[in-house]
Every structure is written in C-alpha cells, then in structure tokens.
Design a protein around this ligand. Structure first.
Ligand code: DGL
Length: 247
C-alpha cells in the first residue's frame, strides 16, 4: 500500500514515524505546506482552500490512501477532501476518538484535549466525545507549544513555564488527546507535568491502530520508502525528518 501523508508543515512527521515503524507500507509520499504553516490560526475557508490545493499535488502520485496528519485539516477539510479525492482520505480525529474511548471504559473519566486554536474552535474532538457520552471534557488551545517544538525544545525552562501557563489550575486528567501533530514530541514533559498516570492519545499510534482494523495490512516490508516534498525549503523538512525519524 502506498500512502500520501499531508500536513501543514513538519509536524506530520510524528505520524510518519508510527507508520514507518509498523513496516506495513510500501511507500509514503509526504507533503508539508511549509510555506503557509501554521494552519492552526487560520479560518475555515482558508484551511479548506489550502487542503484542496494540496490534494492536487497528491493526484500526481499513485497513492492508495491519503492521511491528513494535521489535526486542523482533519477538523475542517476532511469532508471536502473526501468528496474531491480519487482515493480514500482519512483524518486523525476519528482514530484519536476511538483510541480514547478504547482506553477509557468509564465515561466519567476526565479527558483533556489540547490542540491549535482552530482545532479547539471546531469542537471536532469535543462533539465526537460528547456523542459517545463522555461527560468530563476540558478543551485547551495550546498554540504556543507549536513554535516551541519547531524550535527543537523538548524539555527545560521555556517548555515548563509554557506548560505552567496553560495547565495551572487544570484538574489532572485521566487521558490527554494530543490533538496536534507537534505534541507527541513533548508528550513526556506533558505527562510528567501532571504527576499522575495519564493515558496519552497520540495520532500516529491511533491512526495505525485504525488502519490495522480497517484495511488488510498483512504485508510487511523491510523498509518503507519515503519521499518528502514541501512548498518551501524542502531541504529543511528533509533535515528534520532525518533527525526525528532517525533515517
Ligand atoms: N499540524 C497542525 C495540527 O496538527 C499544527 C501546526 C499548524 O498550526 O499548522 O493541527
């Protein structure tokens, strides 16, 4: 199976990592819209327009399935992409919700959703969870964590004070939905902040689980070929990929 992975920038590499580790896929075509990142502060029309433009790029390849690794795209543009794409398109919201509901049997458990401003405003995660009768949900836009991760800061004072800024007074959750591509890279720091055993929901792991349940993924490849494309500075994206994915 050949996958397309679309993200607003470099963050979607955290999803690629889980896909690569699984060895189920022959090839991955990654496109990051680095010229126009961040999407998480843009409005719905712009997010949909940018996503449909990215779809045109993927039409140049023989892919079986397009994954929108970007939570913001998954929250706003998934339906439009599915309507217009000649291949299947799946986002990260539904797999994340499934992973959270599999992890929490008790509907009163406390779930914290952290994501970009746009994803939180869409209520994509929140309304799905409410439909599943979860009652104790806190949503928090934690946009500053995006540039912090882009800066390569995964621990230390700057990160700690930002976590404090966002989470001071927030009740310790039972599960945290990492509703942004960048957050798996600081998952450990977030988990440690709450000093409690928290179930972390990571889009990459959730989507892999979802694909394993929905598609026939019997194949195993020694190595998945990955081709990286970006709308600006592709070499920069490749350098981050080398580091994050240990290529
Ligand atoms: N990829 C985005 C997301 O997962 C984060 C970066 C951005 O704002 O574009 O929502």
């Amino acid at each position: 199976m050949t996958l397309g992975v679309f993200d607003s920038g470099i963050g979607g590499l955290s999803v690629v990592k889980s896909l690569l580790d699984s060895k189920h896929f022959k090839e991955i075509i990654y496109f990051g819209d680095t010229a126009r990142v961040p999407y998480g502060v843009k409005d719905e029309n712009t997010i949909i327009r940018y996503s449909l433009e990215a779809l045109e790029f993927f039409k140049n390849f023989e892919i079986d399935l397009l994954i929108t690794a970007c939570n913001t795209v998954s929250a706003y543009a998934l339906k439009d992409l599915q309507k217009q794409a000649p291949f299947d398109v799946i986002g990260v919201v539904e797999p994340g919700i499934l992973a959270a509901s599999n992890a929490l049997t008790n509907k009163n458990k406390n779930i914290l959703i952290i994501a970009t401003k746009a994803t939180i405003a869409s209520k994509a995660y929140e309304s799905h969870l409410q439909r599943l009768h979860f009652t104790n949900i806190t949503s928090k836009a934690t946009s500053l964590l995006v540039p912090i991760v882009e800066e390569g800061i995964f621990e230390g004072d700057v990160l700690q004070s930002t976590l404090n800024y966002y989470f001071e007074g927030v009740e310790s959750p039972d599960a945290i939905i990492l509703g942004c591509t960048h957050f798996p890279l600081i998952a450990q720091a977030i988990e440690n902040y709450f000093e409690k055993d928290v179930k972390m929901i990571h889009s990459g792991e959730a989507i892999l689980e979802y694909l394993q349940e929905s598609y026939d993924l019997k194949n195993s490849y020694e190595k998945t070929e990955v081709k990286f494309f970006a709308s600006e500075n592709p070499d920069g994206l490749k350098a981050v990929a080398k580091e994050w994915l240990e290529l």
